[in-house]
Design a binder for this molecule. Structure first.
Ligand SMILES: C[C@@]1(CC(=O)O)C2=NC(=C\c3[nH]c(c(CCC(=O)O)c3CC(=O)O)Cc3[nH]c(c(CC(=O)O)c3CCC(=O)O)/C=C3\N/C(=C\2)[C@@H](CCC(=O)O)[C@]3(C)CC(=O)O)/[C@H]1CCC(=O)O
Ligand SMILES: NC(=O)c1ccc[n+]([C@@H]2O[C@H](COP(=O)([O-])OP(=O)(O)OC[C@H]3O[C@@H](n4cnc5c(N)ncnc54)[C@H](O)[C@@H]3O)[C@@H](O)[C@H]2O)c1
Length: 202
């Protein structure tokens, strides 16, 4: 069983072994959440060059065969090579060093798994099937992205500001006002925010 949590990975060392399709997807996602990512691989997909250009400071690419030294001092490790025995070895090395490891071809050897992510500013939806069917996770992510397409970073920030005012000035009507807010479009929310700030009768 895997327990869903939110990890602070900002500036933490994340080592991915394997620069293929799966290693690329994991690297891109960890970078999106501001991790410091190093990918060790004998070969890299071409699209890693573009990713490196976009993340000059936070992405390091090392063209080499896996060695245990590469995992020292890392916060998380992902074993994403195409060789089952190497992935198993990486998992064992991580166990010895007390480092959490995700093994992309073995649920049993993984201490954590990666979820499908909808990322809209501070709204994050994370979907898992406990490894049973990642393809279903992906389908649900695509469905949710459509369903919540109107929610963006600005919307969440606005709701947060409004919530703060409601809690400080109208705590006795908190539920009613928050319910009301969720029915409004972003433009309507902006107007409501100005009204709240101006202390107009609410
Ligand atoms: C969600 C997502 C996140 C991510 O990777 O970032 C993710 N897999 C994704 C896609 C995907 N994976 C696979 C396919 C091909 C279709 C299929 O086979 O189903 C597709 C679809 C595609 O590529 O389009 C094949 C596959 N996946 C795993 C195995 C090995 C095994 O089962 O043992 C095999 C068989 C390999 C083989 O032998 O061929 C294992 C894992 N994959 C997980 C995560 C973890 C469990 C997540 C959960 O609980 O649902 C877990 C356990 C470990 C991990 O990777 O952390 C990402 C969707 C991103 C998105 O939203 O777009
Ligand atoms: N978890 C998932 O989401 C998921 C999805 C699809 C496939 N998979 C599994 O993940 C594995 C990787 O898939 P892929 O499509 O990225 O494969 P891939 O062949 O595109 O990439 C594997 C990479 O590992 C590198 N590599 C191999 N041996 C190495 C070593 N000893 N040291 C350093 N680098 C090494 C290769 O150079 C290559 O770049 C497959 O075995 C597949 O079964 C997992």
């Amino acid at each position: 069983m895997f327990y869903p949590i939110m990890l602070d990975i900002v500036d933490k060392e994340i080592v991915i072994i394997g620069g293929g399709k799966v290693g690329y997807r994991k690297a891109r996602n960890f970078l999106e959440f501001k991790g410091k990512v190093t990918v060790i691989s004998e070969n890299f997909l071409e699209k890693f060059c573009e990713l490196k250009n976009k993340n000059k400071e936070s992405l390091t690419l090392v063209k080499d065969t896996y060695k245990k030294e590469y995992i020292y001092n890392s916060f998380l490790v992902v074993a994403a090579t195409s060789v089952e025995s190497i992935n198993k070895q990486i998992s064992k090395d991580c166990n010895d060093e007390g480092i959490l490891c995700n093994v992309v071809d073995s649920l049993e050897d993984s201490e954590f798994i990666c979820t499908s992510i909808v990322n809209r500013g501070d709204l994050v939806l994370s979907i898992s099937t406990m490894g049973k069917c990642p393809f279903l996770s992906k389908k649900i992510r695509l469905d949710l992205e459509k369903q919540y397409s109107k929610i963006d970073e600005e919307y969440i920030i606005l709701l947060g500001e409004i919530r703060n005012i409601i809690i400080s000035k109208y705590s006795h009507r908190k539920k009613e006002l928050l319910d009301y807010c969720l029915k409004l479009s972003k433009e309507e929310l902006k107007t409501f925010y100005q009204e709240l700030k101006g202390d107009k009768n609410i």
